[in-house]
Write a protein that binds this ligand. Structure first.
Ligand code: AMP
Length: 988
């Protein structure tokens, strides 16, 4: 007993020391829920011990901080068969399904105790009993189930006590408790020396957790050590489920394998596992976006939690713009709109707008309006107008518009558009141009039909072309036998939409094409249409026919048929020849001829200026340098940039200060004249400035200035063909003027301007200069100044200025051109010139001038103005020469261009070489058709024609008096030429 008491003492005192290492009730991990903690109990534990005496004993000890803790001790090591029970009070299970029992205890090493062998144990047993209530009656030891036998990992000896070494054991056991609401635990001692220092009973839970914005509640672990409890999470505030959030609660109270997630609602962002509201000035538009973002450029948010930002005033967002994109604006208008009219098509080109509005979806729309001339009335263009590549949503900065109506005013607007244009459509986004389409040939005849087919006649009819593009002047039907070569066609012309095609071969297939013509020329031929003629109807004589008569008839028919075929063949040949030459002529057809209006016939000449000349704003003009002096002031070169047009070089004629109203009108009259013309060989008027000073006339710029100077500068540098090209251009311009009934009166190389492409343009249309300002002008007996050397005799003598007198002047210009700017008649006085012309003398061919050209000059200088060629004929003749350069080879050698001092003048009008034949001579004077008449009449050499008279010619069958005159005057020249050669000097 004394040993026992000693041991107990030792244990007790030991605990004082041992427990110094124990802290007061500790904080348990978050995943443990305590059901019982012996150390946290205030006062006695009052567990039930059995036997009540000599078994387990409750002992209070102090821990290191002097806080009392309860322990149970037993140490009956000396006596055998110990069975000491200690039972806890009833413990409520709560939600627990498996409980954990953590026991801290000390145990005395049996070896360290003398005389206890056989009775001393080093283990104790742990039991439990489930029950629904604290009913001690039923808590009998035999009802308890064993959890485990608990052995100490560490035991201690007397020496340890002396050294105050603590050997505290901690053992944890667990057991499933599911059937009742509570349980008891029991500790069975079978003879060990033990102190239960603390008993901590708990269950485990997975504590509340937030994963992927889903909240998972406190979850008690499952009953098995391996069981996983599946838990569904719920989205945190201001978030929404993206994928069902789930997690597993493991038996150890740890969460495992989070699945699914939630996302913060728009206007909120994830921060610290919560959804926090976006601040003012920030936004979050989609739950899938990252965090809140600052409002993009040109936008703002006034409240917290914005899902998008509002655009600043004047800025917009299209439906498809993402919220992160800055707010944008409609683009500014395109600029530099340039139009290029080609008949009934227009090419529009422009530059991109200066501001795209901050977007990348810039496109262009074209608006086409057809406008009534001189009014503001416009209506949208019809559906038949074609746009290439398209009308709307154009990405490129050009579009060509086709199938417009000819000679019609159109306004085109080019709109720059982007994704936000519809929010603020304003005219500032468009640029427009107004233009007039040109004349155009009619469109193709689409359908040709036939009616009334009889054996040799077909009646055709057709519809007017879809786009006549003007008044249809006539139709042309081209046809040929299907089996024949297409080139042997025939042509029939008609002004109606039908034609009877006669003289066809019966029983034959024909191919027909029809085309229409307006003033602008022919349209395309239609597609081929094929029709066949019928058989010949057999005549019936008295009902019965003898075989002999029948035979005769058949033979007769065959003969007639053969005859028809032969005649048709001949006619076809002739017609095809006719039609080809005719066609060639038709090709030269000019657009509808207008008549020139004299501005001085206007009561108010200002009205004529307004009508024929466009007023130009001075801001469009840039004057660069002075290039000449005109009658009214300086002539400058400069640049003109009209809205919607390319910048071009221009000549600017100015009216010097201090002018009278009459001078102003005289000056501007030139613009009223040029403004009426539109031809590549007539100087082109760009417009006038009349509303501010200086008053100006703006024309196209001709880089090489006046033709006379240009030729002098380039003496001998051009080929004959180039010179003829120059002449041809001038003739074409003059033809245009004469077609308009305009008489120039001062045609001279000095009044022709040359551009950088060597294109010559007739200029100098001032009204007063013919009378006053012409440098070459000389007063005639009838008053008024006239450029004598260039003027036809009838104009000098009785002021008969006509297109025929212009033809005379043209002949002089030809001479100027071929002599590279030589002065006509050199230094002869005006009076001498008048006299020489009167006596029949004409300028000789310039050096190396082709005879054919000199011949043309001579024709221009025919005394009788009716005998002079028309400008249209001159154009044709020059064209022929250009086409057959060989005809330009023959020159008059260097017999011409005498030095002025020698005063040698070659005779004119048929200055034919004495060496030539009659045929050559006739060819030179352009009457080669009479070659046969001469040879038949026996005139074989030039000498033989010299004594000819009117009667001789009439007898030879040359009855046209103009031709007779031409031949006889050429004969005269031949005669004088012979004298000239004999005398070498012929006085004027
Ligand atoms: P004008 O008053 O028409 O005789 O012009 C006087 C001079 O200015 C001419 O001789 C030319 O040298 C020059 N000039 C006139 N118009 C033009 C033009 N369109 N282009 C180039 N130079 C011109």
């Amino acid at each position: 007993m004394a040993l026992m008491a000693g041991i107990i003492y030792a244990l007790t005192s030991l605990f004082l020391g041992l427990c110094a290492g124990l802290s007061a009730p500790r904080n348990h991990p978050a995943n443990e829920v305590t059901l019982l903690d012996s150390r946290s109990v205030q006062g006695d534990l009052a567990w039930v011990a059995s036997p009540t005496e000599g078994g387990w004993e409750e002992v209070s000890i102090m821990d290191e901080k002097n806080i009392p803790i309860r322990t149970y001790q037993v140490c009956n090591v000396m006596e055998p068969n110990q069975n000491n029970w200690l039972r806890t009070h009833w413990i409520r299970r709560g939600p627990a399904q498996r409980i954990y029992i953590e026991i801290k205890f000390t145990l005395r090493d049996c070896n360290s105790l003398p005389g206890v062998i056989g009775t001393c144990k080093e283990t104790f047993n742990l039991y439990y009993l489930e029950s629904d209530s604290d009913n001690e009656r039923y808590a009998h030891e035999s009802h308890f189930a064993k959890i485990d036998t608990v052995a100490a990992d560490e035991s201690f000896t007397q020496v340890d006590i002396g050294d105050r070494i603590m050997k505290l054991n901690t053992e944890v056991r667990d057991v499933g408790v599911q059937s009742h609401t509570g349980f008891y635990l029991a500790f069975q001692d079978v003879g060990a020396c033990i102190a239960l220092v603390s008993v901590h009973v708990f269950y485990k839970k997975c504590p509340l957790a937030v994963r992927n914005l889903a909240q998972f509640p406190d979850t008690v672990t499952g009953a098995d050590t391996s069981s996983l409890v599946e838990v569904r999470g719920s989205c945190v505030n201001h978030s929404e489920e993206q994928e069902i959030p789930k997690m597993y609660c493991g038996a150890d109270g740890e969460w495992l394998v989070p699945i699914g997630n939630c996302l913060c609602n728009p206007g909120y962002e994830e921060r610290n596992e919560q959804c926090q509201v976006c601040k003012v000035g920030y936004y979050r538009s989609l739950s899938s976006d990252g965090g809140c973002r600052k409002c993009p450029l040109h936008s703002y948010s006034m409240k917290e939690g914005a899902t998008s930002c509002d655009c600043d005033k004047g800025y917009y967002r299209s439906e498809t713009d993402p919220a992160a994109m800055p707010c944008t604006r409609p683009p500014s208008a395109p600029h530099n709109l340039i139009s290029n009219v080609n008949e009934t098509s227009v090419l529009l080109e422009w530059s991109a707008p200066l501001s795209s509005g901050g977007r990348g979806d810039l496109a262009y729309n074209v608006v086409c309006k057809q406008c009534v001339r001189d009014t503001q009335r416009c209506m949208p263009c019809g559906d038949d107008v074609r746009y290439s590549p398209q009308r709307l949503s154009l990405r490129s900065t050009r579009v060509s518009v086709h199938q417009l109506q000819a000679h019609t005013n159109y306004t085109f607007q080019i709109w720059a558009v982007n994704g936000v244009s519809k929010h603020s459509p304003s005219l500032e986004q468009a640029v427009s141009v107004t233009l007039t389409t040109n004349q155009a040939a009619p469109s193709t005849v689409m359908m040709v039909q036939s009616k009334d087919i009889i054996r040799d006649t077909l009646s055709l009819f057709w519809d007017e072309p879809d786009k006549p593009n003007g008044v249809i002047l006539e139709y042309e039907v081209k046809y040929y036998e299907k089996d024949q070569n297409e080139r042997s066609y025939r042509i029939v012309k008609t002004t109606s939409r039908s034609a009877d095609i006669k003289d066809l071969t019966p029983l034959t297939s024909y191919v027909f094409h029809v085309r229409a013509r307006t003033a602008a020329g022919y349209g395309e031929f239609s597609a081929p249409f094929e029709f066949s003629t019928n058989t010949v109807a057999a005549p019936v004589v008295g009902g019965v026919m003898s075989s002999a008569v029948l035979l005769l008839l058949v033979a007769g028919c065959v003969v007639v048929l053969l005859l028809i075929l032969i005649i048709t063949f001949i006619i076809t040949k002739r017609r095809s020849k006719y039609s080809k030459t005719k066609q060639a002529e038709e090709k030269n057809l000019q657009p509808g001829v207008r008549i020139y209006v004299d501005p001085f016939t206007y009561e108010d000449p200002n009205q004529a200026i307004r009508e024929f000349a466009k007023e130009i704003n001075t801001s469009c003009i840039k004057i660069e340098k002075v290039i000449g002096i005109g009658e009214f002031g300086e002539v400058c070169s400069g640049r003109l940039k009209l809205p919607g047009k390319r910048e071009i070089c221009v000549a600017i004629k100015t009216l010097k200060a201090g002018f009278t109203e009459q001078q102003r009108l005289d000056f501007l009259s030139e613009a009223s004249v040029i403004g009426q013309f539109d031809h590549p060989n007539i100087i082109h008027l760009e417009g006038v400035v009349t509303k501010c000073k200086p008053v100006m006339i703006i024309t196209e710029y001709m880089e090489n200035s006046s033709l006379d100077m240009f030729l002098r500068k380039n003496d001998g540098r051009f080929t004959v063909i180039q010179l003829v090209g120059i002449l041809r251009g001038m003739a074409s311009g003059m033809k245009y003027l004469s077609d308009m009934s305009y008489v120039h009166r001062d045609l001279a190389a000095r009044n022709i301007l040359v551009n950088s492409n060597l294109v010559c343009k007739v200029s100098d249309f001032g009204m007063s200069r013919v009378l006053e300002d012409e440098p070459e002008g000389a007063y005639t007996t009838r008053g008024g100044k006239i450029p004598i050397r260039w003027t036809a005799p009838e104009a000098i003598t009785y002021r008969k200025f006509t297109s025929a007198s212009d033809v005379w002047s043209y002949g002089i210009v030809m001479w100027e051109v071929m002599s590279y700017g030589e002065r006509p008649y050199w230094d002869m006085s005006n009076q001498d010139v008048i006299k020489a012309i009167e006596e029949g003398y004409r300028l000789p061919p310039p050096m190396e001038c082709p005879l054919a050209l000199h011949q043309l000059m001579l024709e221009c200088w025919m005394r009788e103005r009716a005998d002079r060629p028309k400008f249209s004929q001159i154009v044709n003749m020059l064209d022929k020469l250009i086409r057959n350069p060989a005809t330009l080879k023959r020159t008059a050698g260097d017999a011409s261009r005498p030095h002025p001092s020698t005063l040698r003048h070659a005779p004119s009008e048929g200055s034919a070489p004495s060496l030539g034949s009659v045929d050559e001579w006739l060819k030179i004077i352009g009457l080669e058709q009479y070659g046969e008449n001469f040879s038949t009449a026996g005139f074989c050499s030039l000498e033989s024609v010299l004594p000819m008279s009117h009667e001789d010619l009439a007898k030879m069958g040359i009855s046209c008096s103009a031709h007779q005159r031409k031949i006889l005057s050429s004969v005269q020249e031949l005669l004088s030429g012979m004298h000239h050669r004999q005398d070498t000097k012929v006085p004027v």
